[in-house]
Design a binder for this molecule. Structure first.
Ligand SMILES: [Mg+2]
Length: 253
């Protein structure tokens, strides 16, 4: 059994995929623009599609049910979902500097993995098309394993495939990524993209985005006593700075 712990020799960094390493929102905007172009719709329809995605994310079944109704589409929701999954790998890109940042982590001796909820056709396609597959040691995709985050076994599977122990989980979803990982022990970095998420869950660190109203990570009471702490902090902080997020905030109390 993989055991996460501060004493682990091999350092491991597990990342979520969508909206952590991959700019899903930009990809979805491209998808909405394609949809509008194919149907000769205007920019107001693109705006409607993007707003709907933001409102119902990550529930794509609800999204397509509403799109189907508004535009009187004949195809069932299941078919629309499958078509979107097939197309998205061609529309998404990593946030700038992510592939080089992950490669740098590996050159520093870290094992790097991805743990993601989603269907294998879509998620594996994104890994391959973005080049991430070439700079990670392993991955675990929920619908391929029959387990979804925050269930802890998905983190364990990814860790086992990467061959690493200890370390960190980095993701944008407080429940799936942060709370789930905390149940098996790794320290966590929350990529804060949705201010509405539960505030009761405490990541080790958080990266505020444009939401200045969020407090900095002032509730972490542990100490950065892990040997690799500074490495991953600096490396991933640099990646995030390059994608125009605001500075990480860390409190060593
Ligand atoms: Mg995510």
């Amino acid at each position: 059994m993989i055991v996460f712990g501060l004493e682990a020799v091999q350092l491991l960094a597990l990342f979520d995929l969508d909206r952590t390493l991959i700019d899903l929102d930009a990809g979805f905007l491209r998808r909405a623009e394609e949809f509008a172009e194919q149907r000769r719709l205007g920019p107001e329809d693109v705006a409607w599609l993007v707003a709907l995605d933001r409102d119902v994310h990550p529930h794509r079944d609800i999204y397509f049910a509403r799109v189907r109704e508004r535009y009187k589409l004949a195809a069932p929701v299941k078919e629309l979902l499958a078509a979107c999954r097939r197309r998205m790998p061609y529309l998404v890109q990593c946030y700038p500097a992510v592939p080089t940042g992950l490669a740098e982590l590996r050159t520093r001796g870290w094992r790097v993995g991805v743990t993601t909820n989603g269907m294998p056709d879509s998620q594996l396609g994104k890994l391959r098309r973005t080049g991430l597959a070439d700079v990670i040691d392993g991955h675990a995709v929920s619908e391929a394993e029959g387990i979804r985050k925050p269930e802890v076994d998905l983190f364990r599977i990814a860790a086992q495939r990467c061959g690493g122990k200890g370390g960190w989980m980095i993701g944008d979803n407080l429940i799936a990524d942060i709370q789930g990982a905390q149940m098996v022990g790794p320290r966590t970095i929350w990529i804060n993209r949705e201010p509405g998420q539960a505030k009761s869950i405490m990541p080790t660190m958080r990266s505020p985005t444009s939401s200045r109203q969020w407090p900095s990570c002032d509730q972490y009471t542990g100490k950065p006593d892990h040997a690799g702490f500074v490495h991953i902090f600096n490396t991933y902080a640099n990646i995030l700075r390059e994608v125009h997020l605001l500075d990480f905030h860390m409190t060593d109390q």
